[in-house]
Design a binder for this molecule. Structure first.
Ligand code: NCD
Ligand code: ZN
Length: 331
């Protein structure tokens, strides 16, 4: 069986820098035309010159992956910079609660402190991208505990476009549906394909450890329903987040999924009897939310087994060494 679809976009991707960027960007380019690039590099992307340099670096190593750039909303950033960041190519600003995830030590501990920056994003008609977890809450409740803060943003910024990133639980799906359509959400392939049983139920699967952590069956079911619902506000973002083996051994959160995300997604949706929804979920809804034209190029998804490499240089991918049923071929 072969499925020919518009080539997908990845609306949440970590490419890092240096050798990791060189290694990972072409792996994303093999399946995606555009990707929203996360700004949590070291140091973070916070200035127009950072954006220009990063775009150039990405173009040099993966000329056929179009980066959609973001900047990190950090305490002390001058709201006046937001317009300049937009001119330099940023489409979104990313908000992280302090300590919520990898490289978020410089996030906010008080969301109100970020309001002047949210105002600037709203005035510039840019997107606010949110890592929605309250790091003070118990691990499995962190995302749900953060929803009231998103509600506050929705209420206080009546025309701000907001994306709640990498949904992991039913409560978030319900909350997003309750908000106006200017609020969207990304869903990853791994949160659709796996639960905490896969992470912790047998041997620890460190390559699946990410924030927010994968949850139980009921939450997974709600995410799958959202992905196949045809509701335009749920769209694909891989959250592919490479880490070296050493960093992973040290407990780093982030799943490197770029090489397996589309095969996993095809597996989940065909398992749910809704492979017909794959194309809109990963090629239409995100583009429409970000007001981008649909891609013209095609991608082939073939039901043909292949074995995922054990490692890409020093980065262990999700599903390392496993045989997957779907394979991706960029035309
Ligand atoms: C991401 C990373 O490694 O940069 N980690 C993760 O667990 N998802 C950051 C993020 O998106 O939370
Ligand atoms: Zn991420």
């Amino acid at each position: 069986m072969e499925l020919i679809i518009r080539i997908p976009d990845d609306f949440h991707l970590h490419l890092r820098q240096n050798r990791t960027l060189e290694l990972c960007a072409p792996l994303s380019a093999a399946g995606f035309a555009r990707a929203l690039i996360m700004p949590n590099t070291i140091p973070p992307i916070t200035a127009p010159e950072d954006l220009r340099r990063y775009a150039e670096e990405i173009k040099n190593v993966a000329p056929n992956l179009s980066p959609l750039l973001t900047f990190k909303i950090v305490p002390g950033l001058d709201p006046e910079q937001v317009g300049r960041l937009k001119k330099a190519g940023a489409v979104a600003g990313k908000y992280y609660p302090a300590g919520a995830t990898t490289n978020a030590e410089d996030g906010f501990s008080d969301i109100q402190a970020a309001f002047p920056l949210f105002h600037a994003l709203q005035a510039e008609d840019m997107v606010l991208s949110i890592h929605g977890e309250d790091p003070e809450a118990p691990v499995f409740e962190r995302e749900e505990a953060f929803l009231p803060q998103v509600q506050t943003i929705v209420d206080n910024f009546p025309s701000l476009r907001i994306v709640l990133e990498h949904l992991s639980c039913r409560a978030s799906v319900e909350a997003v549906k309750s908000w106006p359509t200017r609020v969207g959400a990304t869903i990853t392939a791994h949160h659709l394909a796996y639960t905490v049983e896969d992470l912790l139920g047998g041997r620890l699967n460190a390559s699946l450890f990410c924030k927010p952590v994968v949850k139980g069956r009921a939450d997974q079911k709600a995410l799958i329903e959202a992905a196949v619902s045809g509701g335009g506000r749920f769209f694909f973002g891989s959250d592919s987040a490479p880490h070296s083996r050493k960093a992973k051994n040290g407990g780093a959160a982030g799943a490197f999924t770029a090489p397996v995300a589309l095969p996993l997604l095809a597996g989940v949706l065909s398992g749910a009897g809704r492979i017909d929804r794959l194309e809109d979920f990963c090629t239409r809804f995100g583009a429409e939310f970000y007001r981008l034209p649909l891609n013209k190029e095609k991608l082939s998804l073939r039901r043909e087994s292949w074995t995922v490499p054990d490692v890409y240089e020093d980065i262990v991918p999700l599903c390392a060494g496993e045989t997957l049923e779907w394979r991706v071929l960029r035309a």
